[in-house]
Structures are given as C-alpha cells and as structure tokens.
Design a protein around this ligand. Structure first.
Ligand code: FAD
Length: 471
C-alpha cells in the first residue's frame, strides 16, 4: 500500500469522528464510578515508564494515577540464567529518561551490554557504513532484554505505590469520550471507562499505551495508516565462536530483509532477522545445526554481488580517497561466526507499520506502539515510545504549573505536534530504507551503494545521523 506521507503530517481535526461511545465487550456498568486524574491503559515498557515519570513528577503529587494492564502480575522478577530472545537497543535519550526515575540503575544491577560500534553492509555490493563514538569509550547503544527493562521500571514504580495504583488483569471494555470542537460534548469533564469487572472509572486524561492494536486508539476513531511488510522478524539467542571482544552490532541488508546481531555478552548475541514469512517459518523448523548454517550464510555469502555496482563503487572509492583523509576507524571488520543457537530461543513476529494520524483528542493521548509501530531495522521502536513519555510528561508539567486541566486539548496538541515532527520523519526514513534495500535492481544497487559509501566517508554526516538516532 502506498503511503501518503504528505497527508500524514497534516493536522486532521476534521477527521475526529464523533465516536463518543465504543464498546469492546458486552458488559454494562453496574457500579458507581470512581475517579482518577490520569489513567494509563497498558503496562508494557512504555506505559509503565509513563506511570513512573508521572509518579516522580513533583507537580503531579496530588493527582491520582491508575495504570491498567490487561496481563497478569508475574510477581517478583529474578534475572534468569538464560537470556530472553526479546531485546532492545536503547539509545542515550532512553537511558536519560530511565535514569530520571532510577530504572536505569536497576537495569545496570540486573543485566545489560554495551554496543560500542555498529557495522552495516549489504549482500549486493561492498558498500558499508560504520558508526562509533570517536574514542570508542561511550556506547552507541545498550542492548537490554525487554523483560529486564520492564522489571526495572516496575521495580521503580513499586517504590511509588502511594502515587500509582497498578491494576493487573484489567482493561476497559467500553469508552465514553468527550467530543471535539466547540460542542457541548467536548466539554465533558472526563472520560468514562467501563472496566472488565464492570466497574466504572472516570478520568481527566486517558493515556493509551496499549500497543499496536490499541483499543484507546480505536475508540478515539483516529485515522491510521497501516502497512504489512509481509515479513516476520525471527529472533534467537546465538553463541559466537570468536574469543574476541563482542562489542559490535552487525546488520547486513539482504534482498529479503536485514539480519542483525546485537551483542548481549562477551560470547553471545541476540538475532533479529527480518525476512519473508515463508523463510521465517522454514528457519524456525530447521534443526539447530542447519539454523546456525543459515545464519552464517546470511552474514557471509557472496552470491548476490552485483558486478557493475562493484566496479562503479571501486572507482567512486578511489575518487573519494584522493580528496578525503583516510578514516582509520571506519575499516571493514569481519562479522563473527555463529556456532550455536540457544535451545528454544527461536521465535518470530509479524512486521508492519502503523501510524496514527492523530495522537490526541480532548482528554486522550497515545504513546508508544499505540501511536506508531515501525520496522525493527533501526532499533528505534521503543526508543520513540520512551521519548513520547518524556515529552508528554513535560507538557503535563507545563499544563499543571499554569493551572490547566491535564486533559485540556491545548497542551495535548503541543505534545502531538512535537512528537509527530520527530516520529514521522523517522518512520519515513525507516520505511524508505526498508524499500531501498529490498531490491536487487542494478540502478538501485548502484545508487544505494554509492550513497552509503559517501555517507561513510563524510564524518559530519555520520555524526548527524548518530545524533538524530540518539534523541
Ligand atoms: C523483532 C523486534 C525487534 C525489536 N527491536 C527493537 C529494538 O532493538 N529497539 C527498539 O527501540 N525497539 C525494538 N522493537 C520495538 C519494540 O519492541 C516496541 O516498540 C515496544 O515493545 C512497544 O512497547 P509498548 O509498551 O508501546 O507496547 P507493547 O509492548 O505492545 O505493550 C502494550 C501493553 O499493553 C497491554 N494491553 C494491551 N491492550 C490492553 C488493554 N486494552 N488494556 C490494558 N492493557 C492492554 C499489553 O498487555 C502490554 O503489556 C522491536 C520489535 C520487534 C517486533
């Protein structure tokens, strides 16, 4: 499906349909409503971080905050010996947010690993790009298991029990929302939620952090753009052969999708291999030995090389080398050899893009995957969600400090504008990269390999890209 990005950025007030009542179940309210100033629907990494940020916001200390999580309470978290197959590369902005409420310190006490360098290359040409901080002392990203991130946030949240009430096994089954514009309904001073236990909860602000199939987004009637990449992301925990330090994140673009290895220990890496649904299914069915062979083949094989692109790239490199100083740090390194896959660590997830054209309406705000879901090739998904948290927390601080209602549209719109200005270009870039690298057409291979090598040779451009990926 073609994306109409020009239409994406436009504010579409007119598109807010008067969906004032939406039912996601058959139960009807039977109890009288209770009240919370702010309700967060969804206690995943992003929703839990939102609850933590609000709980630590001194200006909101008199506000009642409730976090609704549809899943069960899994109890106290003990870091398992075996690594989880779900990991995220966290950028410096995320580390700053998590540090602000003590969760980063919890993560460091549990388990995380630094990626000091990144190498991206492709199978159709010899072009590549490397990233690292110039003296390699500061990590480019931290690789952390999703379970560890969530547990660390929940740990910090537990110390704020007096500020946030967490309700597990709980979700809204019906939403009564204020309308938009100047209508009388728009002035309804709360959102009314009917919960799955048939109780009623009213709130001044409902934050939807309920993931990519967000009920809050559906109830709000927001227009969304959806794209199915017709790909799955195969994840697994891999054991590496080399005894050298494992501090590089590797990503190779194949015509079927990128394969990435993220370092999680001195000898292990986390695999994210985006590929066709069919190949993903086959990969999961392979024996451990054949799976390891398939991973090594994907990282090392030469059979897709385009000879014309190769010759043009060599000429281009010679020209650039004669005018630009040599960059010793940007030399090509060989990827590691995978020797084994941890038993039962293989899984796959469908990959798609979802963009909600609006993030807010009166008394509603979306954050995280509820607002935007992207391809994992740049490892940005949850980082965008955490930046939504930081921004919405700032906007609510401003609203409350000038005596405004936290659900008032004026401040929520500022949140939406700021985040869409950041998120939409990131989504557009990632979607374009995904399409650019999914073809073997010679003119495209030539253009992308010359472009990639040019960026690799220009330190200021690389610095710009790294800065954009860290905020
Ligand atoms: C293969 C793969 C690799 C990835 N790698 C990276 C990476 O390296 N870096 C990165 O930044 N991102 C990465 N991502 C993306 C990242 O995993 C997501 O962006 C992130 O999980 C979104 O978090 P979230 O809290 O917004 O949503 P979710 O994780 O979907 O959490 C939603 C929560 O809401 C709850 N819920 C759902 N419905 C309701 C309801 N009606 N009421 C109450 N609760 C509800 C759910 O139980 C869940 O706990 C990757 C994704 C994939 C698929």
């Amino acid at each position: 499906m073609a994306l109409r990005w020009s239409a994406v950025v436009a504010r579409r007030k007119s598109l807010i349909k008067p969906v004032h009542k939406q039912f996601f179940g058959t139960s009807r309210p039977v109890k009288n409503g209770e009240f919370a100033d702010i309700v967060i629907s969804g206690g995943g990494m992003v929703g839990a971080a939102m609850a933590c940020a609000l709980a630590n916001n001194a200006l909101l200390r008199d506000k009642r905050i409730v976090l609704l999580e549809a899943g069960k309470d899994t109890g106290e978290f003990v870091v398992p010996d075996q690594f989880s197959n779900r990991t995220c590369a966290l950028n410096p902005a995320t580390v700053r947010l998590l540090s602000s409420f003590g969760s980063w310190q919890e993560i460091e006490g549990m388990r995380c690993f630094s990626a000091l360098r990144m190498q991206v290359w492709e199978s159709c040409a010899d072009a590549m790009i490397t990233f690292n901080n110039s003296d390699m002392s500061e990590p480019l990203a931290y690789i952390v298991e999703n379970d560890v991130i969530l547990a660390a946030i929940m740990q910090a949240l537990k110390s704020k029990k007096d500020r946030v009430e967490i309700r597990y096994d709980t979700k809204a089954t019906a939403f009564d929302l204020p309308g938009s514009g100047d209508s009388e309904e728009a002035k309804m001073p709360y959102v009314k939620l009917t919960l799955n236990d048939r109780s009623v909860l009213k709130t001044k602000l409902l934050i939807g952090a309920d993931g990519t199939n967000s009920d809050v987004r559906k109830a709000s009637g927001f227009h969304t753009i959806n794209k199915d990449y017709d790909q799955s992301g195969v994840v697994a925990t891999l054991m590496l052969g080399e005894g050298v330090s494992n501090t590089t994140a590797w990503q190779r673009f194949l015509p079927t999708g990128p394969i990435a290895l993220l370092p999680i220990s001195d000898t292990m890496s986390s695999l994210v291999w985006s590929t066709t649904k069919e190949q993903a299914k086959n990969l999961q069915a392979l024996s451990a030995e054949s799976f390891v062979d398939a991973v090594n083949d994907a990282l090392w094989h030469d059979r897709e090389k385009n000879a014309i692109a190769g010759r043009l790239l060599d000429g281009f490199k010679n020209v650039l080398n004669s005018v630009l100083p040599a960059d010793g740090e940007g030399v090509r390194q060989l990827p590691p050899t995978v020797i084994d896959v941890v038993q039962n660590s293989r899984a796959s997830f469908p990959l798609g893009l979802t963009h909600s054209s609006q993030y807010v309406r009166p008394r509603i705000a979306l954050i995280g995957d509820a607002a935007h879901r992207i391809h994992p090739l740049a490892g940005q998904g949850v980082n965008l969600g955490f930046s939504d948290v930081a921004c919405l927390n700032d906007m609510l601080t401003k609203a409350v400090s000038c005596g405004a209602d936290p659900g008032a549209l004026t401040h929520l719109l500022q949140y939406e504008t700021e985040r869409q200005r950041h998120n939409v270009p990131v989504m557009l870039t990632i979607d374009s990269l995904q399409r650019l690298y999914s073809t073997e057409l010679t003119p495209v291979v030539i253009a992308r390999s010359l472009g990639l090598h040019a960026v690799h040779s220009l330190p200021f451009l690389k610095k710009f890209i790294m800065e954009r990926a860290s905020v």
